[in-house]
Design a protein around this ligand. Structure first.
Ligand SMILES: Cc1cc2nc3c(=O)[nH]c(=O)nc-3n(C[C@H](O)[C@H](O)[C@H](O)COP(=O)(O)OP(=O)(O)OC[C@H]3O[C@@H](n4cnc5c(N)ncnc54)[C@H](O)[C@@H]3O)c2cc1C
Length: 483
């Protein structure tokens, strides 16, 4: 067997394990929220809904269940501190990637479905801003509405991007004006960006995601003290609905969720476990795999002007592979700038595949950090490296077909009978553009309480998807093509 295929197969099929107890320190969490370690004295015995995971997906599912079901009892089980997964360790970019992905989406799913995904993503981003305003979190989360400047480092990537946008507009003319294409000269002259073949501006925002999510959790705890508990530092080790298990089964609470603090029984279990999902649902290994991202905070000093109020950036380049070091560059650097400090929040990966297809955020890939430090000044036409203030890693969930998984889990994935297991996971690096509404739509399916046409059918767990594209060989093919 090709050694690369062998290695990638082992990596994607591996048990991601539980979230590591000693993660790297994310700058976003340097002042922990008062609820960081919240838990009840003892776990509640029975709940209508147990949600596993306290990131933005878990938040959205909890909020919608509590608001839309007047008596539902909800418990969130979180392995580590509150919001300590990808949501508390990401890039803070609220931006869509559907423009550059449109051609690929239309090829795979047809123009109508691709159009639904575009509409869903932009609607989700609007709803994120609504949520921030509703919870009076504009200041706390330092939200900035701005333009994202996507720059393409090679002629080929720029050409493909322009083709994708042209196809989007030809299929869906109502999006005319969303992307403003910028040619190379204007990129340097008007935007001070060097070394790129061209770019585009699109409406976007930046946010301090940890502060947003913890603030909304705190408000929910205040509003629903008798119906919501959050149990941090409570890893879930197994989910069962086995009638022969030691715990008695009642029809109202058929699921037993085993945790390190004892069991809890539930009518429904919702997995918002992102890159760790395969630990509790082994049949999803390979279909969803962890993808470890690297983030840095860098201080440019007085070298680079502070444009955090008006601009965030994404730099796209063809995937690279160095056969000597076996390091791959994964095609994107993303960055925003703090209005208050001028610090850049810059993420991207340049690492060996075993350091990327990994659920271990207890260390940072040093090569990726050095790489991120080296490339930053170049974009702005400077030569002095910025000072790294902080670096950390975080675990994303990637699916074999690049789309989130939203809906009821069939027996083929749980290995259990029963109708009460649900999932919203695998946002392929774009959770801020998807999770909120995926949670909302999942709750519509759980409660059966309102018809909504927003959720793209391609996100659901239909039979064809499970058979044809949500399969381990597709993950393996996508990853080995990068080596
Ligand atoms: C480095 C990095 C940069 C990123 N940058 C961006 C960006 O700029 N913009 C963007 O849109 N997206 C970005 N993302 C992706 C985005 O952060 C995610 O898609 C999104 O946060 C997913 O939210 P979630 O709630 O589904 O998962 P998470 O936030 O990962 O939450 C899952 C939670 O489940 C818990 N959990 C898992 N298993 C168990 C278990 N067995 N028991 C108990 N608890 C468990 C975990 O501890 C975790 O807290 C980035 C991600 C990373 C890692």
């Amino acid at each position: 067997m090709d050694p690369n295929i062998d290695l990638v197969t082992k990596l994607v099929m591996a048990d991601p394990g539980l979230p590591r107890p000693n993660p790297t320190k994310s700058y976003w969490q340097h002042v922990p929220h008062a609820l960081a370690n919240v838990q009840s004295a003892t776990l509640p015995a029975e709940r209508n809904y147990v949600i596993i995971g306290s990131g933005i997906s878990g938040l959205s599912v909890a909020k919608n269940l509590l608001e839309r079901h007047s008596s539902a009892t909800v418990t969130i089980l979180e392995a580590r501190t509150l919001c300590s997964g990808a949501t508390g360790r990401n890039g803070g970019q609220m931006a869509a990637n559907v423009g550059e992905e449109y051609s690929h989406l239309a090829d795979a799913h047809g123009p109508e479905m691709a159009g639904k995904i575009v509409a869903f993503t932009f609607r989700n981003l609007e709803k994120m801003q609504d949520l921030i305003r509703e919870y009076d979190a504009v200041e706390a989360s330092e939200m900035q509405r701005l333009q994202k400047l996507r720059a393409f480092l090679t002629e080929d990537t720029f050409r493909d991007f322009k083709k994708s946008i042209a196809r989007l507009l030809s299929d869906h003319p109502s999006w005319e004006g969303l992307y403003k294409i910028i040619e190379k000269d204007a990129l340097i002259k008007d935007h001070g960006i060097h070394g790129a073949a061209g770019g585009a501006l699109l409406p976007a925002a930046t946010v301090w995601p940890y502060r947003l999510v913890t603030k909304v959790f705190a408000a929910l705890m205040d509003k629903y003290p008798n119906r919501l508990t959050i149990e941090t530092n409570t890893p879930v080790t197994a989910v069962k609905n086995d009638p022969n298990s030691a715990t008695p089964i009642t029809s109202a609470f058929p699921y037993t969720i085993r945790t390190t603090r004892g069991p809890i029984r539930a009518s429904n279990v919702v997995y918002c476990t992102n890159g760790y999902t395969g630990h509790l649902l082994p049949n999803l290994r390979g279909r969803v795999h962890p993808f470890k991202g690297t983030m840095t905070v860098q201080d440019p000093g007085k070298e680079i002007e502070n444009r955090g109020k008006s601009t965030s950036w994404g730099f796209h380049y063809p995937i690279t592979y160095d056969p000597k070091t076996k390091e791959s560059g994964h095609g994107l650097y993303y960055l925003g700038q703090s209005v208050k400090t001028g610090y850049f929040y810059l993420g991207g990966e340049n690492a060996r595949i075993e350091h990327v297809v990994s659920a271990d955020d207890s260390f940072v890939d040093k090569n990726s950090v050095t790489h991120l430090q080296t490339i930053l000044p170049q974009f702005f036409g400077k030569s002095v490296p910025c000072k790294v203030v902080s670096s950390w890693s975080g675990i994303m969930g990637f699916s074999s077909d690049g789309l989130p998984l939203v809906g009821r889990l069939p027996k083929a994935l749980t290995g259990r009978s029963g109708e009460g297991e649900w999932i919203a996971a695998a946002f392929n690096g774009y959770g801020m553009a998807n999770c909120l509404m995926c949670g909302e739509e999942l709750v519509s399916a759980i409660l059966g309480d309102r018809k909504s046409d927003w959720l793209p059918g391609a996100y659901r767990l239909g039979q064809e998807r499970l058979r044809d594209v949500l399969i381990a060989p597709e993950s393996i093919k996508a990853l080995t093509s990068k080596l």
